[in-house]
Design a protein around this ligand. Structure first.
Ligand code: PMP
Ligand code: GLN
Length: 384
């Protein structure tokens, strides 16, 4: 057995959702909305399954979807992408990450990662033979510094994986940080694999800037998106990879032997959605921002220290600042069983030297659910 996988624990998202199912706890752990997602888009998928083509679609994705992705990114992020040579459809962002990392890393290449990091990155990089160099981001601001990049980048740096907005921290990185990272990528001739699945889920009037849009970055950036996040349909697993024709070509070669393709009815529905959802893209983040504010205000009123969240479905609480004398994992394990609320310990997103005082909560839930969760967590906190 390959030790990279044999020694991996089951992902914390699966563990926590399993415990929530078992105990009947409110699940603010794994990130998924409890709303069903836009009905018109779901109807398109149903209609396409009944009346449309259900055999293998083209390996790089339905042309109508690839065109719609190019249209969407032009409209929302002012990117000029040629749908035919620069866009590949994958089975979720997870497959997009795997295809990109397998295609671009040669054994011995160094890959720069930012901690806290999404838990899929490190095992995929190791399996590709890459050597990981970590940059540590510190709460509460989680900002990128020149000193940290200087310590992580070396002459062997081949790639950097950059998640913006950052799960679990809820940071939408400011222009200053993007400029700094672009400067290092260019100076070290490194490729940036940008996991931008949360690009539509940003708050307080922010507009998402893709790293790809910065001067000198278009040719060296692989931009990854997820329809699951764009349309709040997390189970759909339709992802996109945007890159130069040269990078796209090799990534598509990896994709062809991971999944080859993605269910055509879902691709057709996403294509339709990207062309017909201006209202959704306007309203969805506003609704989530209201939910963020409701959960944050409820928790603060009960004495929890809540960190700022500028994007994603998540906010974090700081246990130390909340007067809770438990590490994050003990808190999450006890809260799901004793308080009836599932959460995610942020130490799960570290490879080394974890921050152990921060717990992630998902606010993409109905008001009642959030209110009840606050009540339960408050009672739990008072029990110490
Ligand atoms: N990257 C990040 C940062 C994520 O948060 C997620 C899922 N929440 C993914 C990738 C995976 O996306 P998908 O479900 O499209 O595979
Ligand atoms: N990305 C989701 C989260 O952060 C979980 C995805 C998964 O379960 N793999 O909650």
């Amino acid at each position: 057995m390959n030790p990279i996988y044999a020694n991996l624990p089951t992902t914390i998202f699966e563990v926590m959702s399993g415990l929530a199912r078992e105990t009947g706890a409110i699940n603010l752990g794994q990130g998924f909305p409890d709303e069903p997602g836009p009905e018109a888009v779901r109807r398109q998928a149903a209609e396409a399954a009944i009346s449309g083509w259900n055999q293998y679609p083209p390996m790089r994705g339905l042309p109508e979807l690839r065109e719609a992705v190019a249209y969407h990114y032009k409209r929302f992020q002012n990117l000029d992408l040629d749908w035919n040579s620069q866009i590949t459809v994958t089975s979720g962002a997870t497959e997009a990450l795997a295809a990109s990392l397998f295609a671009l890393i040669e054994p011995g290449d160094e890959v720069v990662l930012f901690q806290p990091l999404y838990d899929a990155y490190a095992p995929l990089i190791r399996r590709a033979g890459g050597t990981i160099r970590l940059v540590r981001l510190q709460p509460p601001g989680w900002r990128i510094t020149r000193e940290a990049l200087e310590a992580a980048f070396t002459p062997n740096t081949r790639l950097v994986v950059f998640n913006n907005p950052l799960n679990p921290a809820g940071v939408a990185f400011p222009a200053e940080d993007l400029n700094l990272l672009a400067e290092f990528c260019i100076a070290h001739d490194a490729i940036a694999v940008c996991d931008e699945v949360w690009e539509q889920v940003v708050f307080d009037g922010r507009a998402h800037t893709p790293l790809m849009a910065l001067p000198g970055m278009a040719e060296r950036t692989v931009k990854i998106g997820s329809a699951g996040k764009m349309f709040a349909l997390t189970g759909w697993k339709v992802g996109f990879v945007c890159a130069s024709p040269e990078l796209s070509g090799v990534i598509a070669k990896a994709h062809q032997f991971l999944t080859f393709t993605t269910p055509p009815n879902l691709q057709a529905a996403v294509a339709w959605g990207l062309k017909n959802s201006d209202d959704w893209f306007e309203e969805m983040p506003k609704g989530l921002q209201r939910s963020r504010d409701r959960l944050a205000a409820g928790l603060r009123a009960e004495g929890f220290a809540v960190l700022d969240s500028g994007g994603t479905y998540f906010l974090n609480i700081d246990l130390e600042g909340s007067g809770v004398d438990l590490d994050d994992r003990s808190f999450s394990m006890r809260a799901v069983k004793e308080a009836g609320v599932a959460s995610i310990p942020v130490s799960s997103f570290y490879e080394t030297d974890p921050v152990t005082t921060v717990v992630r909560l998902c606010f993409a839930k109905a008001d009642d659910t959030l209110d009840q969760a606050v009540e339960r967590l408050a009672r739990f906190r008072r029990s110490f």
